[in-house]
Design a protein around this ligand. Structure first.
Ligand code: GLY
Length: 423
């Protein structure tokens, strides 16, 4: 056997082996921001838990203008993020106190398995019950997820070939009526369907997901892989009637969070199907985001890539003078970083490095005092500077529960990839 000189062995021990062991397998230094972020998160989420002690009916969503917590109720789209955050806290710390609360909040969503009022059941149930399955194979949780997938499929029309996101409603500015609106965000509900097919062996759910993703690729994406927010179909004939926006700047603009949902959703579809068209969509959307001339240096986007730009006309009253600069959307960066980490594992070579390092760069930006709530600017949420719905004047430059959720998810993924040496 080759003999390693004593001095060289000591060098190896101190520079590589000990940091690897102490850093949970991740080379020392590379994960400092992960540890810091989880330690900032702990006290904030302890505070948030206290505000709802004994009541798992009010789901933390954001802050009201007066600084109080904005809660949403069980039927709204963000209920699954709070339990998902608690599962992430448990995953990182291993502390049972987080698991106990994660279970309470997950199980509080049980009746949502029958919710067919909108498409958001995937957000609600897969980010709570779906995350829970990482930690316990509870048969009841599986049943609930399968029923949730059934409920989601009730909003699928074979005539259109897509899942209807919202019920009939007026467009922004009441310019027309959307009878069968499908939004880019809906790509995020498809993982629930892939799961249900794997669990039951029934391919119906998976086929719905594939049809939905194919149609989204065809009708929501532009030639440059930017995206429309809303596509409205004729429910009787399945034809596209309108391509518009509700939360973006204008119909022809690219709403930053919509683009983020698309990258995440198509990457997941490629992982589940191996269909290269979905990979191409995810890569195209990611490259659009990363190479956009208006992406700020810290890679945390403005709430819309085209906000205020010539050639983009909003159907609402835009008053730029109200803001010193165009507000950012940290939630879009958090979702995108998680999506890019997924994507990095689905490709090889240069592309893997590009997506992994872009995700790391975004996460490091979000982990600076600019975005991370290190000084307890508010006592409850981890990330600052997200934008929920700018055109409606709601949730501008605020914390949002889903920004925290995807940020923690991405931090965990980043750590796992580094540990596995797959960066
Ligand atoms: N679908 C909700 C959002 O991204 O605002």
């Amino acid at each position: 056997m080759m003999k390693i000189p004593k001095l060289l062995f000591a060098g190896l021990l101190f520079t590589i082996l000990i940091p690897l062991i102490l850093g949970n397998g991740i080379p020392s230094g590379q994960n400092d921001f992960i540890a810091k972020s989880f330690s900032v998160a702990g006290p904030l989420y302890e505070n948030l838990l206290k505000t709802t002690a004994g009541n798992s009916k009010d789901y933390p969503h954001s802050l009201n203008p007066d600084g109080s917590i904005k809660y949403l109720q069980i039927d709204e789209w963000t209920g699954g993020f709070w339990p998902g955050i608690l599962w992430s806290m448990y995953e990182y710390t291993g502390d049972e106190k987080w698991k106990t609360q994660a279970k309470v909040w997950t199980e509080s969503l049980e009746s949502n398995q029958f919710n067919t009022a909108h498409h958001d059941i995937g957000f609600m149930m897969f980010n709570s019950y779906g995350k829970a399955l990482k930690f316990e194979q509870n048969p009841k949780y599986k049943e609930i997820l399968i029923q949730s997938a059934k409920s989601l499929c009730k909003r699928y029309s074979p005539v259109v070939g897509s899942i209807q996101s919202w019920n009939e409603r007026k467009s922004k500015g009441e310019i027309n009526t959307w009878s069968y609106p499908v939004i880019m965000d809906n790509m995020m509900n498809l993982e629930l369907l892939f799961y249900a097919s794997k669990e039951t062996g029934d391919v119906t759910y998976r086929n719905v997901a594939i049809s939905h993703a194919e149609l989204t690729m065809k009708n929501h994406l532009r030639a440059d892989f930017s995206s429309f927010h809303v596509v409205n179909y004729d429910p009787a004939k399945g034809k596209v009637l309108h391509r518009q926006t509700l939360q973006g700047f204008s119909d022809n603009s690219t709403w930053a969070r919509g683009q983020a949902w698309g990258i995440y959703g198509f990457a997941a579809c490629y992982r589940e199907t191996g269909d290269k068209r979905f990979l191409e969509a995810a890569i195209g959307m990611a490259d659009f985001y990363l190479n956009h001339k208006k992406l700020p240096a810290d890679k945390v986007p403005y709430w819309d890539f085209n906000a205020g730009e010539n050639g983009y006309r909003p159907d609402w009253d835009y008053q730029p003078s109200l803001y010193k600069e165009i507000p950012r959307d940290a939630s879009a960066a958090a979702i995108t970083s998680s999506a890019l980490l997924e994507l990095s594992q689905l490709v090889r070579g240069k592309k893997r490095k590009t997506y992994f390092s872009a995700a790391g760069f975004m996460l490091k930006s979000l982990s600076t005092d600019q975005y991370l709530n290190t000084g307890q600017a508010n006592p409850y949420f981890l990330l600052k500077h997200s934008t929920g719905n700018f055109p409606s004047g709601r949730e501008i430059d605020v914390p949002l529960i889903y920004a925290d959720y995807y940020y923690l998810e991405a931090l965990l993924k980043y750590g796992h990839i580094l540990k596995a040496g797959k960066s």
